[in-house]
Design a protein around this ligand. Structure first.
Ligand SMILES: [Zn+2]
Length: 260
């Protein structure tokens, strides 16, 4: 049975690392692709620019706003094609956000006003545009749920994985100091006259294998497990991203079963 074990959770970085056990590359890659392509998030899709006298062209401002991550509540919103309104646009498939600013200086993401207080721009201090005196922006945006396969702005984050490394020190090491310094990820520590592997740092190993080149008493192998990392752009939590991708996989399997 497939097992997940949490290795590290870095809340500030919206990053989750876990060990995927009893699985294979096909499964790991399926989850990776489902996260990038299928897990939906909110992003600005249409906008009406009533006024924009800033130095940014309308299309550049539009592009910036499209790429600004929006906190996404998947329970309250539905993909347009699945919405009861039939895609005409209603409160369940569209979110209105307005941005009005006329003060000299930077206009931040926090200056935008969302119709749904749960779904606002994720990073308040993200700079949207800079205004000089007498310049103005007045924009009404419509955000919708979408998928990364249609546009990267809807991708919820960056998932990646690699095989779990097993590094062992099997005997005396000739130059411990050199081995410690050779590792760019700081995986080794000095222990007496030899080196030891710092277990907590091991998941960071990117398998450059400089340590094994330096000393034949350091061995490198790969276990059959995967170290899987999800880095969220902020619209969803890492847990939501993973749960969603699994849910989508189950839906796809059921669909396939029905069509056989
Ligand atoms: Zn609708």
């Amino acid at each position: 049975m497939i097992k997940l074990e949490k290795i590290k959770e870095e809340r500030k970085k919206n990053k989750w690392t876990f060990l995927l056990k009893n699985s294979d590359e096909v499964f790991a890659n399926t989850i990776r692709r489902l996260i990038i392509e299928e897990v939906p998030t909110l992003a600005v899709e249409e906008l009406e620019i009533k006024e924009n006298s800033s130095a940014l062209y309308d299309e550049m401002l539009a592009l910036r706003l499209g790429l600004t991550p929006i906190k996404t509540d998947l329970k309250s919103y539905e993909l347009k094609e699945k919405c009861k309104c039939g895609g005409a646009g209603c409160a369940q498939c569209e979110l209105k956000i307005t941005l009005k600013a006329s003060k000299k200086g930077y206009v931040y993401a926090e200056d935008a006003v969302s119709a749904d207080p749960h779904c606002v721009f994720v990073y308040p201090k993200m700079i949207l545009v800079k205004l000089l005196s007498k310049q103005k922006v007045d924009v009404t945006m419509t955000a919708v749920l979408g998928r990364g396969k249609d546009h990267a702005k809807w991708a919820p984050g960056l998932p990646f994985y690699h095989r779990e490394p097993i590094i062992k020190v099997t005997g005396p090491v000739a130059d411990p100091e050199k081995v410690v310094q050779s590792c760019p990820k700081g995986i080794f520590g000095i222990k007496g006259k030899s080196v030891e592997v710092i277990k907590d740092k091991l998941p960071d190993c990117h398998e450059c294998q400089q340590c094994t080149d330096l000393d034949k008493n350091i061995t490198f192998e790969e276990s059959g497990n995967f170290i899987f990392t999800i880095e969220s752009w902020g619209q969803l939590t890492c847990k939501e991203i993973l749960n969603q991708s699994i849910g989508i996989l189950i839906d796809k399997i059921e669909e396939l079963e029905k069509s056989i």
